[in-house]
Write a protein that binds this ligand. Structure first.
Ligand SMILES: Cc1cc2nc3c(=O)[nH]c(=O)nc-3n(C[C@H](O)[C@H](O)[C@H](O)COP(=O)(O)OP(=O)(O)OC[C@H]3O[C@@H](n4cnc5c(N)ncnc54)[C@H](O)[C@@H]3O)c2cc1C
Length: 462
């Protein structure tokens, strides 16, 4: 082991997802020498793509909102924001069947263009036909009540969103046909299992406080081209030493330095950003840094399943849609983004997919081929060129009541060792925005740590 003084050593970033990429970029931009370790052969973490025939397939459909400021700045920095366009106006086509055997209708959940928040939603909600007029009026009162819930209040984190909605006179229909449409996709658990605090973050930040905040951004290319490839190039250009296919097995504290052990090597670092998922972090972070690290396992996980159907012809003109009265939750047209040369490539995204994650591919393909034939009549005559399923059993942590206190702050008890990741205490749900924010914050703390004593930083944190 070299006897280099700690100040001559690099900062090590462990984990090359959006949190690790953001931390490494932030540090490298300030001239800090950085070494990044990623266990997989590529950067991107949960946001990655693979090639299957002519398709660039994302491991899971990702969307973002205009209010994802830090994430959008990252795209700017990577030079890819033009590949992730944001709709001009929040507008979701919702496919539904007013009567069980009646024809399918498309309702629109959209904002107005002239009114300030929260009135920008009034006209859209007033016309939202999947709910009765009374349900729409009651939904407006619940939305007003949600505006008063503080997402940072620990008591709001102890309450479940579903029961809270029922106490605000929301019918089961209204919960299913309005609230769950957004909250299941955003929080990856059903409303009865979701933290009210996190739901308030989603609805307040996204829909209730600024008129354009929820305008949807949908990548027009693969996630690999949006994040991983440009990040690798940029980090490389900034002199960051990238070690992909390199899993860090152990981090030990050695005085003012850290020793990171990989399968082949040992590396010395003057500081470490641990930006791995919580399951991995609880094994990797030394006990003295976080004596309660075993509690992170209680964050659990919740699955997302995507069913990919490539048709030999166009079956819908909608770029994306949500669906009610159907096993489909959301469906996205990924034909151009994935580089399909023929037909139409649709991806059905299923959040909170505990019931689907273990089902065999044939069962899911059969069920969702039938469901799409029901939603899009042209699919009935179409032939499938390809059909497959991607499963992410641990897509997000389980965003249920009581998780706020389990999510650690970035500073640990060992100076120079900080945590990042969408699962840490960002105040945001497990999202790309949360991941980027956590990485920036961890890197910023290390930057300040060079100038301020650890205790002063600890006191500065909420
Ligand atoms: C299917 C799916 C759909 C999603 N949809 C959305 C969406 O629509 N909108 C949204 O905002 N968010 C969405 N998310 C959530 C979002 O992808 C995550 O919140 C975010 O990408 C997490 O980033 P991260 O850097 O914190 O963690 P990760 O992306 O998990 O990165 C951690 C990295 O650490 C690496 N690692 C682990 N252990 C080690 C080790 N010992 N040594 C070295 N490296 C290690 C891993 O390989 C991984 O690359 C979705 C997630 C999934 C899975």
């Amino acid at each position: 082991m070299s006897g280099a003084p700690a100040t001559d050593l690099p900062v090590a970033v462990v984990g090359g997802g959006l949190a690790g990429i953001s931390a490494a970029l932030h540090l490298a931009d300030r001239g800090v020498p950085v070494i990044l370790f990623e266990a997989r052969s590529h950067l991107g973490g949960a946001t990655y793509s693979f090639q299957r025939g002519e398709l660039s397939v994302d491991t899971g459909q990702h969307v973002f909102l205009r209010c994802y400021q830090s994430y959008r700045q990252l795209l700017e920095r990577l030079g890819t924001s033009h590949l992730a366009p944001i709709q001009e106006r929040f507008a979701i086509p919702v496919l539904h069947r007013p009567r069980p055997d009646g024809p399918l209708r498309t309702a629109w959940l959209r904002r107005g263009t002239w009114a300030p928040a929260p009135l920008h939603l009034a006209s859209g909600l007033a016309r939202y036909s999947p709910l009765t007029v009374r349900e729409r009026a009651l939904a407006a009162t619940a939305a007003a009540a949600l505006r008063t819930v503080d997402p940072d209040d620990s008591s709001a984190d102890r309450v479940a969103f579903g029961p809270w909605l029922r106490r605000r006179r929301q019918s089961e229909r209204a919960i299913e046909r309005l609230w769950a449409l957004i909250s299941v996709a955003a929080l990856n658990v059903p409303p009865d299992q979701a933290s009210l605090a996190l739901a308030a973050r989603v609805f307040r930040t996204g829909l209730l406080e600024q008129a354009d905040a929820a305008d949807l951004g949908i990548p027009a290319t693969s996630l690999r081209q949006l994040h991983a490839d440009p990040a690798s190039r940029l980090l490389d250009r900034l002199g960051v030493r990238l070690h992909t296919s390199t899993k860090v097995q152990r981090i030990a504290v050695d005085g003012a330095r850290f020793v990171l052990r990989t399968r082949r090597d040992e590396c010395l670092a003057r500081a470490v950003v641990v930006a791995v998922p919580h399951q991995a972090a609880s094994q990797l972070v030394p006990t003295e840094a976080a004596p309660d690290r075993h509690r992170w396992a209680d964050l659990g996980s919740s699955p997302i399943v995507n069913v990919h159907l490539h048709y030999d012809r166009r079956v819908t003109n909608l770029p994306f849609a949500a669906a009610l009265d159907s096993p489909v939750q959301w469906v996205f047209d990924r034909t151009l983004a994935a580089g399909a040369r023929r037909g139409q490539y649709l991806v059905v995204s299923l959040s909170a997919a505990s019931d689907q994650v273990d089902k065999p591919t044939e069962v899911l393909v059969r069920a969702f081929t039938a469901a799409l034939a029901d939603l899009f009549p042209q699919a009935r005559a179409a032939r499938l060129l390809d059909a497959f399923v991607t499963r992410e059993p641990h897509a997000t942590f389980r965003q249920r009541p009581g998780t706020a206190s389990l999510r650690p702050l970035p500073l640990t008890q060992v100076p120079g060792l900080v945590l990042a990741g969408a699962w840490t205490r960002t105040g945001w749900p497990d999202t790309m925005e949360g991941a980027v924010r956590s990485g920036l914050r961890a890197a910023d703390l290390l930057d300040r740590y060079d100038r301020a004593p650890h205790d002063a930083l600890t006191e500065a944190l909420p």
